[in-house]
Design a protein. Structure first.
Length: 643
C-alpha cells in the first residue's frame, strides 16, 4: 500500500498532534492526579451494577433496575473488552438487539424484529442527535461513528417509547452517550493492525481552560478489507474512513451546564481511493441545562447535521438537517412531570443520476412535536406512568403516541412492570417520492397517499435478584402492526407502487442475566425469542410476504465472560448465535470472539483479539436489498497509550 495523505487529512491529523503536544507545554491545564485508569466493571459489585442509572427511558435519570421498560446498558468497558471496532459491533452486546452484517460497511440493526438493511422500526441517537435519515427512516451505519474509547454507555430500550421520543421508536430506542470532557483528560493514542483490518489509528487529547471549562479533540482513521464472496474471493478491495471531532463541557459542579460538540467524517481523498460509495458529513450540537431546584431543571439543545452520499452512476444525496428541543422536569408531591417540545427540519437535493429517482428532486420536510409524561407515585413501592406525544409531519399530518405503564418495586431486589403503548412510523421520502424510470419508461411510482404505519404493543417485565451473585431481567411482548408497506404489482392501468397492504403480529420474550460468582469475574448473558408473521389485507396483491420489511431469526443469544487476573491481565470470551432467517432463507450461525489484554504499565494496554473464530467465513445476514456477502474470521493486535 502506498500511503498518500491528502492536504485536508494532513491538517486534521496535525491539529490533533499539536493539541497533544500542548500537554508537554501546559501540563497544569490537565486535571492533576495519577494516570487515567480504565473503568473495570468486574471490579464493581452486583449491587453497584444494578444501581447504574439510565436517562433514556423517561428522559430523566433513574435506576435502570426500577425502570418501567425493558432496558439494557452496554458500558464503555464492555465495548473495550469485546474488541468492538464500530458501533454495530458494540450494539451486539445489548440484550434483544439483532445485528446482521451483509457487507463490509453495511449493517442491519433491529430490536424485536423487522430487520432489513434499511430497518425502520427503531430510533437511534447519539448524545441527543438523531442518527436517522429522513430518506428511508433508518440509519446509514457506514457514516455513523465515534471514538469508541469516548463512549460512556449505550442505553438500549426495548419496546415502543414514541410517547417520549416520537415516530420511528416503534420496536425500541438506542441512545449512544459519550463521556463529558472532564472524564477524558490527557492523551490517548492507539494503533492496531490485523488480518482483515490493515490499519487503525486513534488519537485524542483532553484538557481544560480555567477551572470549569473542559475540552477534548479526537481523530480516528481505519482501513478494512471488504467482505467475501461465497467462493472465498474478496468482493472488493479495502476501504478506509476518517473521522475527527471535539467536545467542550462547562459547569461540572454548578447549577448550570453547557456542552458544545461536533464531528466531521469522510472516506474521500484518503490513502485508499477505491471508493464505491462516497460519504462525508459534519455536525455540531449545543446543550444548555440549568437546575432550578433540587427537584426541577430545564434543558435546551439544538444541532445541525449535513451529509453527502454518492453511489457513482446510481444515487447522489445532499442533506441538511436542523433540530431544536426544550425540556422541563419537575417533581412535586407524588408527581414527577416531564414536558417538552421539539422540531426538526430537513432539506435534501437528490442527484437523480440513475434509474431510481426521487421526484421532486429537492424537498424540505418537517416534524414538530410536544410531549408530556407524569409519573404518579401511588404508594412508596408502586407508580403509574402516563405519557403522550403529539407530532405533525410533512407527509401524514398529525399523529398521537400514548403510553400507560405500571411499575411495582416491592423490594430493592425486585421490579415488576407492565405497559401498553401505541407507536407509529410516519412516511418518508422513499415512501411517497420514489420513481423507477428506465429509457424514459416509468416502471414504478410511489404512492402520494402512503399512510402511517402503526403498532400497538403490550409488555410485561420482571427483574429479580435470585442470589447475591445472580440477577435476571425478563420481559415478554405482543405486537400488532397495521398498514405496513406493501409492494403492489401493476394492474387496472396503474403502475406498480407502494401501499399499506400488509399487517403483522409478533410475540416474544427477552432475558438478560448478570452473574458474578467471584470478584473480577463477570458473566453477562442474553437471549431473545421472536415469532413474527405477516398477512395481507383482503384487497392487497403484495407478493413479498413481508420479506422487504423484515427477515428475522427466531432465536438470538450472546454470552460474555470477563475475567481480570493478577498482573493486569484480562481474558474475555463471547459466544454469539442466531438461528436461520426465513425469507430470504439463510442458515443460522454460531461464532465466538476472544480477547487477551495486558497492561504492563498503567499507561499502556496491549490487546490481541479475534472475531468470528469458529468458521473461516460465513453468511451472517441476507435480505432482498442487501449485498449478500460473507464475513470472515479476523485477528487484530491493538496497542493503546493513555497519559
Amino acid at each position: 500500500m502506498t500511503w498518500r495523505c491528502r492536504p485536508h487529512v494532513s491538517r486534521l491529523l496535525a491539529a490533533l498532534l499539536w493539541a497533544g503536544s500542548l500537554r508537554l507545554a501546559h501540563a497544569d491545564e490537565v486535571p492533576s492526579g495519577p494516570t487515567p485508569v480504565i473503568a473495570d466493571l468486574t471490579a464493581l459489585s452486583l449491587d453497584e451494577l444494578i444501581n447504574l442509572k439510565v436517562a433514556t427511558v423517561s428522559r430523566k435519570p433513574e435506576r435502570w433496575w426500577s425502570a418501567a421498560s425493558g432496558v439494557d446498558i452496554v458500558s464503555g468497558d464492555d465495548i473495550r473488552r469485546a474488541g468492538a471496532q464500530n458501533l454495530p459491533d458494540a450494539l451486539r452486546l445489548g440484550t434483544g438487539v439483532h445485528v446482521g452484517q451483509p457487507s463490509a460497511r453495511s449493517w442491519a440493526v433491529s430490536i424485536r424484529g423487522m430487520n432489513v438493511l434499511a430497518a425502520n422500526k427503531i430510533s437511534v441517537a447519539m448524545d441527543g442527535r438523531s442518527l436517522f435519515t429522513p430518506f428511508f427512516s433508518g440509519v446509514q451505519w457506514d457514516a455513523q461513528d465515534t471514538l469508541l474509547d469516548d463512549i460512556d454507555r449505550i442505553e438500549v430500550v426495548r419496546g415502543p417509547v414514541g410517547a417520549m421520543w416520537g415516530a420511528y421508536a416503534v420496536n425500541g430506542f438506542i441512545q449512544i452517550l459519550t463521556r463529558p470532557a472532564w472524564d477524558t483528560p490527557g492523551l490517548l493514542a492507539s494503533a492496531a493492525t490485523g488480518t482483515e483490518d490493515p490499519a487503525a489509528f486513534g488519537l485524542r487529547y483532553g484538557g481544560k481552560f480555567g477551572e470549569e471549562t473542559f475540552y477534548r479533540a479526537y481523530a480516528k482513521y481505519f482501513q478494512t478489507d471488504w467482505t467475501y464472496l461465497a467462493s472465498g474471493e474478496h468482493a472488493q478491495g479495502a476501504t478506509d474512513f476518517l473521522q475527527t471531532g471535539f467536545r467542550m463541557d462547562r459547569g461540572r459542579s454548578g447549577a448550570t451546564a453547557f456542552t458544545l460538540q461536533g464531528d466531521y467524517y469522510t472516506n474521500q481523498d484518503l490513502p485508499l481511493d477505491r471508493v464505491l460509495t462516497a460519504i462525508s458529513g459534519g455536525n455540531v450540537l449545543g446543550r444548555w441545562r440549568r437546575a432550578l431546584a433540587p427537584d426541577s431543571e430545564v434543558q435546551v439543545e439544538g444541532y445541525y447535521d449535513h451529509t453527502y452520499r454518492l453511489i457513482p452512476l446510481n444515487f447522489e444525496e445532499r442533506r441538511s438537517t436542523g433540530s431544536g428541543a426544550i425540556k422541563y422536569r419537575r417533581a412535586a408531591g407524588r408527581h414527577e412531570m416531564v414536558v417538552g417540545a421539539d422540531a426538526l427540519v430537513s432539506g435534501d437535493r437528490i442527484g437523480n443520476i440513475g434509474f431510481a429517482l426521487l421526484e421532486p428532486a429537492e424537498r424540505t420536510t418537517h416534524t414538530l412535536g410536544a410531549y408530556v409524561q407524569d409519573t404518579l407515585h401511588l404508594t412508596s413501592k408502586a407508580a403509574a406512568i402516563v405519557g403522550v406525544k403529539g407530532e405533525h409531519n410533512s407527509f401524514s399530518g398529525f399523529e398521537v403516541q400514548p403510553t400507560l405503564r405500571l411499575v411495582w418495586t416491592p423490594t430493592l431486589n425486585t421490579t415488576a412492570w407492565g405497559a401498553v403503548s401505541r407507536a407509529v412510523r410516519t412516511p418518508v421520502r422513499i415512501d411517497e417520492d420514489l420513481v423507477i424510470r428506465f429509457s424514459g419508461v416509468t416502471l414504478f411510482e410511489a404512492n402520494d397517499d402512503f399512510a402511517t404505519e402503526t403498532a400497538v404493543a403490550y409488555e410485561l417485565g420482571l427483574r429479580h435478584r435470585l442470589l447475591s451473585t445472580l440477577s435476571v431481567d425478563t420481559s415478554a411482548f405482543i405486537y400488532r402492526y397495521d398498514h405496513l408497506r406493501s409492494t403492489e404489482p401493476a394492474g387496472g392501468g396503474s403502475l406498480p407502487t407502494f401501499r399499506n397492504g400488509l399487517d403483522a403480529k409478533s410475540h416474544g420474550a427477552e432475558i438478560g442475566v448478570l452473574y458474578q460468582p467471584i470478584k473480577r469475574l463477570l458473566v453477562k448473558g442474553s437471549y431473545r425469542y421472536l415469532d413474527l408473521t405477516f398477512s395481507r389485507d383482503a384487497d392487497s396483491r403484495d407478493t413479498t410476504n413481508g420479506s422487504a420489511e423484515g427477515n428475522d431469526p427466531r432465536h438470538v443469544a450472546c454470552v460474555g465472560v470477563q475475567l481480570t487476573l493478577r498482573g493486569n491481565v484480562e481474558l474475555d470470551a463471547f459466544l454469539r448465535t442466531a438461528s436461520a432467517l426465513p425469507n430470504p432463507a439463510l442458515d443460522g450461525y454460531t461464532t465466538a470472539d476472544l480477547r487477551i489484554g495486558w497492561r504492563p504499565r498503567p499507561a499502556i494496554e496491549i490487546a490481541l483479539f479475534g472475531r468470528n473464530l469458529l468458521d473461516e467465513q460465513y453468511a451472517e445476514f441476507v435480505t432482498t436489498n442487501s449485498l449478500n456477502e460473507e464475513v470472515h474470521r479476523r485477528l487484530m493486535l491493538k496497542v493503546t497509550l493513555r497519559r
